[in-house]
Ligand binder design. Structure first.
Ligand code: GDP
Ligand code: CA
Length: 319
């Protein structure tokens, strides 16, 4: 059994490869919910939905999130009603948010709704929100505002400097059913090439998840989301310095830390262009390997997934 800690698009691009080399029935994906937001009374779960759309083959190919063949009738009518549409909500996407919100209002847990939606999209891997409780990632800006992550990221395009990142509700959050057991019983735990600060950290901020990760006998292996000192997509470079990490492959590994020192990782994969950082990564006490990690091509994603599992096996054998 393989467990993947996942954000949205970076994780989805990796999972496309992993599902080609491991039977999806043997994969459990534990997904960030810190990005979730309520808009127009609807619960939006961007990371869960990105993964679902990608693996179902429904994702918008250029944008890489949201639905392909999307239309915006509802948004246009909302504009007529005086709304300023700062967050993209397409008609097809809205149907999922309507469905999910109605279920949640009836008391169905998010994990149950998510499993049902995933099955209806033909997914056979297990997709689990890290928790059924609410975690909200808040960005405290240098100009002293307290913004929902999406207000800062989408609304202000990650412009304002970041003073502090808060995972509101994480301390009291309980893992969704199956999360702790999956980590405990996993053969390998993979930290996807996701945003370390706002995709992976909100997952490990759930105390019982952190304990399970510390205790598992599985090798915990991560893939660097930073390639050649740059984020591949997104704006993680606006967040890493705020939490004290440099924007490079070894810097992020150091920020996650080695499990033997109380951190998250046993092993770390850097991009082939970052081969010079291997020494620094090994100096942190991690097993390390350089590979192609640019995941535009499904074949590369599959080769990377194989490499991740090989590195985990080697690291598991080392004394
Ligand atoms: P989001 O929640 O949709 O922003 O997605 P994630 O948190 O899962 O992923 C965002 C991160 O994935 C960014 O920091 C990117 O640098 C990284 N990323 C995206 N695509 C790739 C890729 O092809 N290779 C690698 N190594 N990282 C990627
Ligand atoms: Ca996200």
């Amino acid at each position: 059994m393989v467990v993947v800690l996942a954000g949205g698009v970076g994780a989805a691009r990796f999972l496309r490869g992993l599902t080609a080399v491991v039977p999806p029935e043997d994969i459990t994906v534990v997904v960030n919910v810190g990005d979730d937001i309520e808009l127009h009374g609807l619960r939006i779960c961007p990371d869960l939905d990105s993964i679902t759309y990608w693996l179902a083959g429904l994702v918008h190919p250029e944008q890489q999130w949201g639905r392909d063949d999307e239309r915006f009738t509802v948004r246009d009518e909302l504009v007529r009603l005086g709304h300023a549409p700062w967050f993209t909500l397409g008609d097809r996407d809205l149907a999922l948010h309507l469905h999910r919100t109605a279920q949640l209002r009836e008391g169905v847990p998010l994990s149950t709704v998510t499993a049902d939606v995933a099955a209806r999209h033909g997914l056979t891997l297990r997709l689990l929100p890290v928790t059924d409780d609410r975690i909200e990632t808040r960005i405290h800006t240098a100009d002293r505002r307290d913004l929902h992550f999406q207000e800062w990221w989408v609304g202000e395009r990650a412009g304002p400097d970041v003073d502090r990142v808060e995972f509101r509700g994480a301390d009291a959050a309980r893992p969704a059913p199956g999360v702790v057991e999956a980590i405990r019983d996993a053969g390998t735990v993979i930290v996807a090439p996701s945003n370390p600060v706002v995709s992976v950290a909100p997952i490990t901020a759930v105390p019982a998840v952190a304990s399970a990760l510390a205790a598992t006998s599985a090798c915990v292996v991560g893939v660097s989301p930073i390639v050649g000192g740059r984020v591949v997509r997104g704006m993680a470079h606006r967040l890493l310095p705020a939490v004290g990490s440099s924007v490079d492959a070894a810097g992020v590994a150091g920020w996650y830390g080695a499990r033997r020192d109380g951190g998250l990782l046993d092993a770390w994969i850097v991009d082939a262009t970052d081969v010079s950082s291997l020494e620094a990564v090994r100096g942190l006490g991690l097993a390390a390997r350089a590979m192609d990690t640019l995941l535009d091509d499904p074949e590369v994603a599959a080769a990377l997934a194989r490499g991740v599992l090989e590195l985990a096996e080697d690291a598991g054998r080392a004394p």
